[in-house]
Design a protein around this ligand. Structure first.
Ligand SMILES: NC(=O)c1ccc[n+]([C@@H]2O[C@H](COP(=O)([O-])OP(=O)(O)OC[C@H]3O[C@@H](n4cnc5c(N)ncnc54)[C@H](O)[C@@H]3O)[C@@H](O)[C@H]2O)c1
Length: 320
């Protein structure tokens, strides 16, 4: 029996595998195609710490390959799926929507099909706060009207959720949709704000600020996200549900820059840019449902998480 983590070489996936290895348990299949959405060398570094572990098998494959997924589920006797693999950036989806549709929707369907032929005990589907869109009430509640997504990425995640929930209704596939909010922490994706801000301020390079910095994000530490995922693997009463994994404390981007400046002891060299299409004005998770169903409670205060990330970033710079 094994736990399949798709996107296991990515930012969140690699943290989740480390957390799974801290516990006794079954073997883990880390599935990733090391695509070049960002430098695959980062992904190789992400897995370096666990790739030789006796409980981990790395499989380099594309989960859009439905036949390969069916074989994998049989051969590895997959019991739990944590589907984190995706194209995950908002802005690129505005420019290249087709690959989001193929990978995030088609790829999810390929895995759901494998789960239909080799029934699993749980199928966690990583959705996103971007499924909330124009018209959604704030803070975002899972079971209130979601509004219209503001990017093809958000729409692809909503479509993947709907496919998962359809499989749950039709075939009893034990799907749980988790909606992470602006995740950060060591090994954060290089295209995300935290990575860009820290790198720019540390090196003195221009920091691109889109709009006036008043947009708010519910930044959530990767440790808290992993705690939510681990709970969702075993919790009762969660199948067929969508659940927020956020911080319930949105913060303005200009305030984020100040906190990063304080942590680095340096000032940002702001490069003012127009607002970006697809950018949501605010993300804000209501956590009532996550607390009730998962006992979820974010524990990492934002300033502490930023200081930890800065220390990690500086360690990386010192590495040969
Ligand atoms: N990071 C965030 O702030 C955030 C917020 C909300 C939701 N999410 C979701 O969480 C998940 C993980 O995000 P992340 O930030 O770790 O992203 P990431 O890009 O670091 O990780 C995704 C991994 O999936 C792999 N992958 C993509 N397509 C694949 C395919 N067809 N076959 C095999 N592997 C494939 C990539 O190579 C990558 O390593 C994604 O589903 C993302 O949409 C992330």
């Amino acid at each position: 029996m094994s736990i399949l983590v798709t996107g296991g070489a990515g930012f969140i996936g690699s943290h989740l595998i480390e957390r799974l290895l801290e516990r006794d348990g079954e073997s883990i299949v880390c599935l990733d195609n090391f695509n070049d959405y960002y430098d695959p060398a980062c992904k190789r570094r992400n897995v370096a710490g666990f790739i030789d572990h006796e409980r981990v098998t790395l499989i380099e494959e594309d989960f859009c390959n439905a036949e390969a997924m069916r074989q994998l589920f049989d051969e590895r006797n997959v019991r739990i799926v944590v589907h984190l693999g995706a194209y995950a950036g908002v802005f690129r989806s505005v420019v290249e929507p087709l690959m989001y549709q193929e990978n995030n929707v088609g790829g999810t369907l390929s895995l759901l099909e494998a789960a239909r032929h080799h029934p699993v005990e749980r199928f966690l589907l990583a959705s996103s706060s971007t499924v909330y869109g124009r018209g959604a009430a704030i803070p975002f509640q899972e079971d209130a009207p979601l509004g219209i997504p503001m990017s093809p990425y958000g729409a692809s995640k909503r479509a993947a959720e709907l496919m998962g929930l359809t499989y749950h209704g039709l075939h009893g596939t034990p799907v749980v949709c988790l909606r992470p909010f602006s995740v950060y922490g060591p090994r954060v994706r290089p295209d995300l704000a935290m990575a860009i801000f820290v790198e720019a301020i540390e090196t003195g390079r221009p920091l691109p600020l889109y709009g006036d910095g008043s947009i708010r994000r519910d930044f959530t530490h990767v440790r808290d996200i992993c705690s939510g995922l681990l709970s969702a693997m075993t919790a009762d009463g969660v199948e067929g549900e969508a659940i927020n994994l956020g911080h319930n404390d949105p913060i303005e981007i200009r305030k984020v820059i100040e906190i990063v400046e304080d942590a680095l002891g340096k000032k940002a060299n702001i490069d003012q840019q127009p607002e970006k299409p697809g950018d949501m004005p605010v993300t804000y998770a209501d956590l009532t449902k996550a607390k009730r169903l998962l006992g979820y409670q974010p524990e990492v205060p934002f300033a502490e998480g930023v200081a930890e990330y800065v220390a990690w970033f500086r360690d990386q710079l010192r590495e040969p």
